[in-house]
Design a binder for this molecule. Structure first.
Ligand SMILES: [Zn+2]
Length: 118
């Protein structure tokens, strides 16, 4: 299983600003030429929270950790963190694509979960 994270980021070819791909022009310099960006490899934890009242899809869990991570090329992503223990801002994580829950129709839902790398 690969650990490339599909992201929706693009980098301005003029000033290097990173932004969501839905923007037609650079939010910083108004340029309209971009390079699509992909995240891969390790990332670091920027911030996190513990959800104690998860959505109904996560009915099998009393709580879980949700984190914002940043990859080496500057791309940020949000997702579940595999543990709620010993989380520290700046710690190294890696993305792993796996089942996160079953939706309310009983279908398996997969997404990236960020796991500590040790
Ligand atoms: Zn720009």
């Amino acid at each position: 299983m690969n650990n490339k994270v599909k992201t929706e980021w693009k980098k301005c070819d003029n000033c290097g600003f990173l932004q969501h791909k839905s923007h037609l022009r650079c939010l910083n310099c108004k340029n309209d030429k971009f390079t699509l960006m992909e995240a891969s490899g390790e990332c670091k934890l920027i911030t996190f929270t513990i959800l104690y009242a998860p959505p109904a899809e996560f009915r099998d869990k009393p709580s879980y950790a949700l984190g914002v991570v940043q990859f080496e090329n500057g791309i940020k992503a949000i997702g579940q963190v595999s543990t709620q223990e010993n989380l520290l801002i700046g710690m190294k994580l890696k993305p792993v694509y796996r089942k996160i829950c079953e939706n309310l129709d009983g279908k398996e839902v997969n997404a990236y979960v960020f796991e500590p790398t040790l």
